[in-house]
Design a protein around this ligand. Structure first.
Ligand SMILES: [Fe+2]
Ligand SMILES: [Fe+2]
Ligand SMILES: [Fe+2]
Ligand SMILES: [Fe+2]
Length: 405
């Protein structure tokens, strides 16, 4: 199996941008614009493709520590801002363990004059962080998704004025070099996806690559963070899926496919408003329709990633039923292969046993009768439910979660 990591990373960062937009009323596609600007400046400075790829990934994920980030933005307090830098750095380091990216995200709020969060001066933090910092600052202040072109001279003046104080000399010069009318046009909402597609270097990974596993874990956490009720939903499902894959004797590629489908199955939930996800009572018809649409969104987000075709099929079938009464595609039993059926069962198992606005946590013994009943009614696969019962019974006792393939 070979996965186009750059496409996957971009898809996840788009989902991140949606959350950031919703929670903060912030601009759309923020991460992507920072990535495009950083890539353009990096190229101008003569970076090679591998360094560019690392820089771009850091830029896409510079605000990936959502919990800490939201807190920082709301409180505007230094300790919280520090936290989002530190947690963001940890996220990218796990992902890019094969290259040196020390400080790239950690120092994305530093200033040349030492008045940033960690008090580092120009020369004391990496230039890559300075590139992300200047792109971040200008995008936040000037809203590049819709800034009029005649505003460009003013932005350039500001860059020159703040060179050596807020911005490092090198970063400021690189930004002045690349910030043309054409660049501004390519950052607008309608064009940013295509621009990111052109400018972000190719990066591939196979099932053995720890970066792929870590990226899935990180994404599951980001998805789960969206609602307190699904705090560990995707993470738990991914681990349960791995456990089942091992039980069935899957090889590494097969385990990874199932794991990835499980980790990403609810990525479409990032586009569902929190008010609906967390509504304590019953959803009305319109709200339910929006909620159901998360699976179609999962499909939309994952469908164009090379190497993800099968994973996308499985991930977006987790609410289908064997009798054709599921959604979004109302698939029938013969269209649902073993993994699709398995993931559907694991998703129901997890949803039934974890606390929700309308029910408390349930034990394994309270959970399985509900699944057997659904199997009896012809919705889900009875043999899989029985296997799940066996494996999860032991898992609940031992609590030995698999953490790698
Ligand atoms: Fe930030
Ligand atoms: Fe940012
Ligand atoms: Fe779902
Ligand atoms: Fe789910």
């Amino acid at each position: 199996m070979t996965i186009r990591m750059d496409q996957l990373v971009r898809a996840i960062s788009s989902a991140l941008d949606i959350v950031e937009g919703e929670l903060l009323g912030a601009s759309t596609h923020h991460g992507k614009r920072i990535a495009v600007l950083s890539a353009a400046m990096g190229r101008k400075l003569g970076m090679d493709e591998q360094s560019l790829s690392a820089l771009v990934t850091c830029a896409l994920f510079h605000d990936s520590a959502l919990t800490e980030y939201i807190l920082a933005e709301k409180e505007g307090s230094n300790p919280a801002l520090k936290l989002h830098c530190e947690a963001g750095q940890r996220n990218v380091e796990d992902l890019l363990y094969h290259v040196n990216i020390e400080g790239f995200v950690l120092y994305h709020h530093e200033q040349a004059d030492g008045l940033g969060i960690f008090g580092k001066k120009e020369g004391e933090f990496p230039e890559e962080a300075a590139l992300i910092a200047i792109a971040d600052r200008l995008d936040v202040v000037h809203h590049f998704q819709r800034v009029p072109f005649d505003y460009l001279p003013e932005i350039r003046d500001e860059i020159m004025r703040e060179t050596g104080t807020r911005f490092t000399r090198k970063a400021a010069q690189a930004m002045l070099d690349i910030l043309t009318e054409d660049m501004l046009a390519s950052l607008q909402d309608e064009r940013i996806a295509a621009t990111a597609h052109e400018m972000i270097p190719i990066w591939t990974a196979d099932a053995e690559d720890r970066a792929l596993f870590r990226l899935a874990e990180l994404s599951a956490q980001i998805i789960d963070y969206k609602s307190i009720f699904t705090k560990r939903h995707s993470e738990e499902i991914a681990r349960r899926a791995l456990l089942m894959g091992k039980y069935y004797g899957y090889n590494k590629d097969e385990q990874m496919e199932l794991y990835l489908a499980a980790a990403f199955h609810d990525i479409g939930k990032l586009a569902v408003p929190s008010a609906i996800l967390e509504k304590p009572g019953k959803l009305d018809d319109q709200e339910f329709a929006i909620m159901k649409d998360h699976v179609r969104k999962t499909y939309e987000i994952l469908k164009d990633i090379k190497g993800f075709e099968y994973i996308c099929t499985i991930a977006s079938a987790h609410h289908e039923k064997l009798d054709g009464s599921g959604y979004p595609f109302a698939k029938k039993a013969e269209e649902l292969d073993f993994n699709a059926r398995l993931l559907a069962c694991i998703d129901i198992y997890q949803a039934v046993c974890e606390a929700r606005p309308y029910h408390a946590e349930r034990t394994h013994e309270q959970t399985t009768p509900i699944l057997y009943d659904m199997a009896e009614k012809g919705f889900i696969d009875k043999a899989i439910v029985s296997d799940l019962d066996t494996v999860m019974h032991d898992y609940a006792k031992a609590a030995n979660l698999p953490t790698q393939i």
